[in-house]
Unconditional design. Structure first.
Length: 294
């Protein structure tokens, strides 16, 4: 009985945490739109950009455009990703539309550069927070997943193509200058989303090949406090096949702020050690634990 209650409490806390992320994301995105982008005639990429573009040319409220243009992608999300995800997304997009329609935000600045950078920042922060809550505020990603399953293009390629088309259209409707500032808005938003999702502690996987792998492993564990995984490998020296021998390959995952420390530790033990580094966008479990927010 106690175990069941504990599981219920943990489940409630997780759902509450997700809901708070979504609510914060809705208000941040609404602030970025009404406080910066809409008053200055700038757009973003994706469905949000299309909604802003339609609003600029027809004066249809942004809130209505967001609901209408996201609706087919929310339905698509239910088929492609899951019903729960689709319901969360519907609630988030509806919440954003209501906040934009009913609440007034002060116009922060009319400076074009500040509008592009900070409008993109707050919009990206809102999108990122919503994604941390398990949904999206823009249906572009859903459409990209759908197209990806039926084409040779990657999700990143599809999103890029969609946004290129949007900004080309914006150049004809809004003018070259406004389109260029809108591209800056998109870049600011996308970088902010990356920061919210990945945080400052972007992870790096480090593979170390050395004849002194045991010492390196112990140094990483005891000096840096990081876990390691040992792979069994076979080393070769060019064409001299007789020099091949078994070797332990050390693999560890650290934050990008700790990469320099790893290099220093390895160099102090074996300056000839061969190191390969790869960016890792997500980890789960182990010694490294991602904080909820950075």
């Amino acid at each position: 009985m106690k175990s069941r209650r504990t599981k219920y409490i943990l489940s409630f806390r997780q759902k509450l945490g997700k809901a708070l992320f979504v609510v914060a994301g809705v208000f941040l995105a609404a602030f970025g739109l009404k406080g910066f982008l809409v008053p200055n005639g700038f757009i973003d990429g994706g469905v949000t950009g299309i909604s802003l573009l339609v609003n600029h040319t027809t004066n249809i409220p942004v809130s209505v455009c967001l609901l209408v243009f996201n609706a087919p992608f929310i339905y698509m999300g239910a088929k492609q990703i899951g019903r729960s995800f689709s319901l969360y997304t519907l609630a988030a997009v509806s919440g954003l539309a209501l906040v934009i329609f009913f609440l007034d935000f002060p116009i922060i600045t009319n400076d074009k550069l500040l509008t592009a950078i900070f409008g993109g920042f707050f919009l990206g922060a809102g999108i990122g927070m919503a994604m941390r809550g398990g949904c999206v505020l823009d249906g572009t990603e859903i459409m990209a997943v759908y197209i990806n399953r039926k084409s040779v293009f990657s999700i990143g390629d599809i999103i890029l193509i969609i946004n290129v088309v949007i900004f080309i259209i914006a150049a004809f409707i809004l003018g070259i200058e406004a389109a260029l500032y809108s591209i800056l808005t998109y870049l600011a938003a996308s970088k902010t989303v990356d920061f919210i999702i990945q945080g400052i502690e972007e992870y790096t996987g480090v593979t170390i090949i050395s004849s002194r792998s045991k010492e390196i492993r112990e140094a990483i564990i005891y000096n840096l406090g990081r876990g390691v995984t040992i792979y069994k490998g076979e080393r070769g020296f060019g064409g001299n096949m007789h020099a091949d021998k078994d070797i332990d390959i050390v693999f560890t995952v650290v934050t990008r702020l700790e990469v320099t420390k790893v290099k220093e530790v390895v160099a102090a033990i074996d300056r000839k050690a061969f190191m390969v580094m790869n960016v890792i966008t997500e980890t789960n479990g182990g010694i490294i634990k991602r904080r909820p927010l950075h």
